[in-house]
Design a protein around this ligand. Sequence first.
Ligand code: BV8
Length: 253
Amino acid sequence: MVAASVVPAIRRARHVVVMTGAGTSAESGVPTFREAQTGLWSQYDPLQLATPEAFEENAALVWDWYVWRRNKVLAAEPNAGHLALAELESLVPRLTLITQNVDGLHQRAGSPHVIELHGSLLRARCFERGHLAATWPACVPQNPPRCDVCGGRMRPDVVWFHESLPTAALQEAEQAVLAADLFFSIGTSSVVYPAAGLGMLASERGATVIEINPSATPLTPHADHVLHEPSGRVLPDIIACLRDPPGSAESRR
Ligand code: BV8
């Protein structure tokens, strides 16, 4: 069992940092960020839509894309990988969960504290002044909806390309990586910065790096363990090994 190969490193760890990307939600049926968009959206490149420039050019189109994505996320369920990460929290001395995902599935799986580097498409705020909406606004009679406070155009509460990440979230993530002795990179292509820099930072600081991804990424050469497996399959295997008394799981190799 490939999962057993990383169990000794996890048992030794004092502070585990986990960073996830869109691949972690793939087995929940949520398309990864670079997978071909489907239906109406197949003609658009997410890298072009997820920008303030696109919103300025066609706010209604960008808003509709997020309404479509939000509905897909609300119809999705956390998968076995999300649930395994929530359980991992109780099996190691300290765990910090960082995500690039905007789908809220870690929270729904029971992870108590999630650092959302790229915000959440479950929340909306106004483009002009950042007023957060108490609930997701309906796009009638105006599309995009208007802010109740200032009348500005509403946008999803996510970080677009060319926008800075939330300072507090990024600082909390960086501090955790600096203190970590084990770093998991799970389901991310490791190409979007500054999030992608966290895995490199962990490696440079001498933490053990474990990458879980069916494909190779720019982080792969710097990882100590690479599991080319879907996270929804291998994470539950890792948890099963950790639940066994030390030594018994490792003998399953
Ligand atoms: C910024 C929210 C300062 C919106 C997203 C340094 C170097 C180079 C470029 C830059 C740099 N610094 C800044 C940049 C520019 C840019 C950037 O990184 N560009 C890239 C494309 C080169 N970064 C920014 O603009 C960032 N801002 O730095 O501010 C600044 C200010 C002004 C001007 C310039 C800079 C902001 C980045 C945040 C963008 N917002 N999301 C939304 O979602 O709509 S990023 C978006 O990509 C998603 O959040 C996603 O999470 C993220 C990363 O993608 P992944 O999660 O990795 O998903 P992807 O589809 O790529 O890969 C999925 C992986 O899963 C694959 O590897 C696949 O093999 C794997 N997989 C599939 N199935 C499974 C699986 N793995 C496991 N199990 C499975 N079952």
